[in-house]
Ligand binder design. Sequence first.
Ligand code: DGP
Length: 224
Amino acid sequence: MPARGAFVVLEGLDRCGKTTQLSLLRSSLSSSSPPTPVKALNFPDRTTPIGTMINSYLKTAADMSDNAIHLLFSSNRWEAAPALLETLREGTTVVCDRYAFSGVAFTAAKNNGTCGYDWCKGPDVGLPRPDLVLFLTVSESVQEKRGDYGGERYETRELQRSVRGVFDRLRADDEGERPWKVVDADRSVEEVARDIEEAVREVEERVRGENPPIAKLWAEGSWD
Ligand code: DGP
């Protein structure tokens, strides 16, 4: 049995550059010598039936209660979990654009009395836990200058400010449990990519060396 792959998540506000960085990271890992087996994922995965409903909601073509859409986002991660586990177990590193942290941040940011911070965490408890969370920070002015900003439901200044606050709380609460690395994404694409690659190579090496069990998010125990 090969050592398992590492599970790396990129998180951040909208227009922080995650998607560009994920694609650069995947290319650099797979073209290194020897190549690192790597698979890229993104959430929400809009290609599944659940993802189609999420897409309609984000494009404001459909409305839903905050609680219902939260559970759909979480289901979209749970439906991907068996394949994610299998990929990691076969020794492939997974790099993932958004995960349960966005789930909590974007719903709790709405400050709706029925979906507070703890409620938001509930449905994602027990998902595979990442080995590294890269949190890309972006200033409001840079965020708003980047292309397409404002096209989807959550892309308003007020909500993004609130999301920023919840991400800070998640990071503080997870302190010591799992390594979060904050990356200043106001810098050039190349500078950001260099920091990300360095952090990922480090965690990759550690996971391949130690082959730790796949832990559970916000819960005790492991998947093995
Ligand atoms: P993206 O495809 O990365 O641009 O994400 C689409 C939007 O959905 C973005 O504004 C962030 C938001 N989002 C991502 N995951 C979740 C989630 O689990 N719950 C909620 N409420 N929003 C999410």
